[in-house]
Design a binder for this molecule. Sequence first.
Ligand code: BGC
Length: 542
Amino acid sequence: MAEWWRDAVVYQVYPRSFADANGDGVGDLRGITNRLGYLGDLGVDALWLGPVFASPQVDHGYDVADYRAIDPLFGTLADMDELIVAAHARGIRVTLDFVPNHTSDQHPWFRSAVEAGRGSPERARYHFRDGRGPDGSRPPNNWRAVFGGSSWTRVNEPDGSPGQWYYHLFAAEQPDLNWLNPEVLAEFADVLRFWLDRGVDGFRVDVADALIKDPAFPDTPDGSPIIPKGADSPVHGVYRAFRRVLDAYPGDRIGVIETGAGDEVVALFLRPDEMQLAFGFRLVHAAPDAPSLREAIETSLAANGRVGATTTWVTDNHDTTRSVTRYGSRASFGGAYVPGELRAKDAGPVDVAAGTRRARAVALVLLALPGASYLYQGQELGLPNVDDLPEACLHDPIWERSGHTFRGRDGCRIPLPWAGDRPPFGFSTSPKTWLPMPDSWASLTVEAEIADPGSMLTLYRDALRLRHEQRALGRGEFRWVEGLADDILAFDLVLSGETVRVVANFGAAPVALPAGKVLLASSPLEEGLLASDAAAWVRRRI
Ligand code: BGC
């Protein structure tokens, strides 16, 4: 089927935390294959697997040492082949994470760059520069790394003397590649082909917009890096080349841009000869109220519409505080993005019950919007963030690099609870899971939620079933319903004479629903009225 991705629901698997088949306390590929039945029943169209390539795991696989090998932690290449075949047999497509901005410092290219010394072609694949000051002991510029600290780390030259510095946007163990060097593009195009030949349906491209840095590396007033992304940045040439690789394969293979950039910049990567989808993080940043959601939806649709692109909706992923917890307070989420800290500092105490109600309402908004939607594992169970992990358990490099200022993203990466009434809840046979699981999750297991008609899982399963049945959901022509109170968000999706109206009530009082058949509501109706912090899908004849 052509352009399957335009209205796909893609489920993000965080492999470490999905299901552990070999009992070492860490999720793996066989664990995913064993649970494909669950994903099929949920009704998703495709998977995005977080990075499973050979890696020292400093940033949980976003530090790749061999792009063509599976890390033994997750299994083997044969396990991956089996997963792809088994998913396809269920009609589920498989997309992989692709991490081109940086390699691991253990990648053979980086090791040989350090060994080869100043001015070598090996160093020209990365950004090596001399330091400042008479003895070169100060970093080449003042740019700060996303995970904290300087973006530069010094190496020892082959003779053991303190030498050049290399640039890393993230951790020191993640040296950035020099994408102005054609050798880098040739290698990564070949990596794409390696996986496309094995049958994968596409790639989520990590830090996709940041591949090119200003090669002059000038100081900036606040230490933020200069990363050209505009219409004429060479980064777009990279995506045009990737697109040619994808298009050489049958079956509509896709590239999905990960960028935190503004809507207009995101849209540039979606021009017809670049990638097909790009995460719009507007919904991640939006507060659970009608004006914030409306603004996020409106601006994303407008920017993508200008280049004829599909919008990709997302509220949760492995880098953000889970939405149930975010929505547990009304504070807005604007301001600087610190991964894992997507909550206003003054957010106050979290009301998980209110957060869950609002997350249910937002789920019905998300899954109705025209375009592709991404779900992050555990979102369908309504898992909250775990914010009280003992410090000794924290894995995220952000914790160390921020000088123990930011706890990082571990709280949204806790293993998935499958069944039973105590940890590890069927995730593993080992009680020692890589991150501890809260005792209180017994009511949030897949097993418990499948049996509960009022659970988050039942809501998601119903919503996805309806999305497949009612063609207007996710596909119809989008029209705002105007003239309602400020705290009501309402829009129509119109397709072939059928309208589904989405109404979300973020006000304090219940509201009336329009005439029509209520297909689904996120909270029980109260004498026919839509409760506060609830949403409904209503089918209408036009
Ligand atoms: C990924 C993060 C990762 C970072 C560096 C992000 O976009 O989603 O999990 O730490 O890139 O690769």
